[in-house]
Design a protein around this ligand. Sequence first.
Ligand SMILES: [Ca+2]
Ligand SMILES: [Ca+2]
Length: 368
Amino acid sequence: MYQNMHFVSGSLVLAASLALSACASGASKRSAGPVPIPEGASISTREGELPSWQIPNLPTAAEAYYGPDSHHLVAQVSSPKALKSPRGTEGFLTQTFTDDGREITLINDRGWDACSYYFPDGKHLVWTSIKDHPDLPPGNWSNPADYPRGAELYVSDLAGGNVRRLTDNLYYEAEASVSPDGQWIVFGRQIDGQMDLWRMRPDGSGEARITNTPDWEEGAPYYLPDSETILFRAWKREDQGRHPTPMTVFTIRHDGTQRTQRTFTDDMNWAPYPAPDGRHFVFVRALDGGKNYEVFLGDLQGGEPRRLTFDAGFDGFPSISPDGRKMVWTSSRSTGKGFMGLRLHVMDVSSLGLGPKKDRAISHRSGR
Ligand SMILES: [Ca+2]
Ligand SMILES: [Ca+2]
């Protein structure tokens, strides 16, 4: 989602965040060698980057996540059927498609949607929408002081049918993702201006609070392969309004224990997503005072993150396919239009060895 992103003085400013996570390891038809570039896709590789292409046939889109087959994706995509923004631009709705730009399917056809995610069974989706609250102000997904209070969580099938509403309240709920074992949905909820992480069962039962920290604003939670440890980012409430807002990546057990710091700079370290190897994670760091955003690869065992993108524009919201071979992210590189011109790209990260490992134990020691 564009959650927490907005333009200030013509430059991208991110104030908050987003979410989603890795699904169960999916069988890939190709398990070795480079990822083939789809027919009709344009190469988007920059010097210093691994090979990448732009997904064809899609308009502006953000926050895409692979399904268990490491081929289909779900994302919020610009749509004429969505509500318009106050500036008259198209809003976003949940859509699925393949990473060669085919099989584009609209899941919800009204309101404005945010984060979405595949269940590991490959047959269901969880998504966020304000569709049932036309009575409430639409709010601003990019501004924590004005998050849409009508945002609710939904589960549906892959045709957008059998919709089940999981929440019914006046809290902002979004940034939802599913544990690899399919047992939990983790999400962010804002109550009286305070953001925290929560989890619930896929049918909406068994709700449990994970954090209760008035001084930190947590969001963008994703389960690691052990289905117990959650990767997320947070900023200090006292830093809200600073641009770019300093943010930190953490892990925490879903019982609320073992909160562990994973980035160690005062930068905006934002939009983390775990690799299926249970050790690495991709995330976004704001550079040049927030004029440029780049994707980095971090290691829970410590060490300097490795930079994966090299383009002067926005590169963000990375996630990794369950087979560990592809990274999808959104970038302004092909349009030069910044936030309004984001397109989805896929990078061949098969050479980085991020695929599922047998040992899924997660170290809760900080790997500074
Ligand atoms: Ca909090
Ligand atoms: Ca960039």
